[in-house]
Design a protein around this ligand. Structure first.
Ligand SMILES: Cc1cc2nc3c(=O)[nH]c(=O)nc-3n(C[C@H](O)[C@H](O)[C@H](O)COP(=O)(O)O)c2cc1C
Length: 204
């Protein structure tokens, strides 16, 4: 399940989330008035059942970053998981439209910073607007990994991956990149942020 771009059919309010909001925070209209801007969305007559079952699937939250020459960018990603252990490889699902997608295609590398529970500000900064519109890493402290990707040093830790190009999958709106892990480190003994935790605290 991948976060989608939802737009309220009544007032145009836009939200990025796994599911459309229960009520539009701007005009109050119900979930059924939200449409996905992506090509795929839930069948409308089954939406409540599907949301209930999909909410039982657990995710973490990560800052996936990449490079294009001397340019850097990153985005929030919940769709990261380990695929194999020998050699250790990881998959990420990244929307075709994202600037981070372009950078991963060009450089063939990505890093994933594992966010901590206090990183809600990072999710807001990196998860809702594109690096095409503003410089996301400006005034954010980061270190540069061996792959050249930016990494947040106040987070739980990070992995760096080299994309296996022959195993890249076009999944419609998103690309699934599979990468062999080429580096990584545990940085701080703090609790990793789950998607469920973020959903609970994001409006408080
Ligand atoms: C909680 C959350 C989870 C997200 N998960 C993903 C994801 O797994 N894959 C994806 O492509 N976009 C995901 N997004 C959306 C991107 O982070 C967002 O579209 C971002 O602005 C893209 O930035 P860019 O164009 O600078 O790369 C998520 C956003 C949030 C808030």
């Amino acid at each position: 399940m991948i976060a989608q771009n939802w737009v309220c059919g009544e007032c145009g309010f836009a939200a990025i989330d796994l599911f459309p909001p229960e009520h539009c925070p701007k005009c109050g209209s119900g979930r059924k008035n939200f449409k996905s801007k992506d090509e795929y969305s839930f069948p409308e007559d089954k939406i409540d059942d599907l949301i209930r079952i999909c909410e039982k699937i657990s995710y973490g939250l990560y800052l996936v970053s990449s490079v294009d020459g001397d340019k850097i960018n990153g985005q929030i990603c919940n769709t990261l998981f380990q695929i194999t252990s020998t050699p250790p490889s990881f998959a990420i699902g990244i929307n075709h439209r994202n600037l981070t997608h372009d950078y991963i295609v060009k450089s063939g590398v990505f890093a994933a910073t594992i966010l901590g529970e206090n990183d809600q500000r990072i999710v807001r900064r990196f998860g809702y607007r594109s690096g095409r519109d503003f410089e996301k890493f400006k005034s954010i402290p980061f270190i540069t990994g061996d792959t050249g990707c930016p990494i947040l040093n106040n987070a739980v830790g990070y992995i760096e991956c080299s994309v296996m190009k022959e195993k890249t999958v076009d999944a419609g709106t998103h690309t699934i990149f599979i990468g062999n892990i080429v580096g990584g480190k545990l940085l701080n003994d703090i609790e990793p942020m789950t998607y469920a935790y973020y959903s609970k605290v994001k409006n408080t």
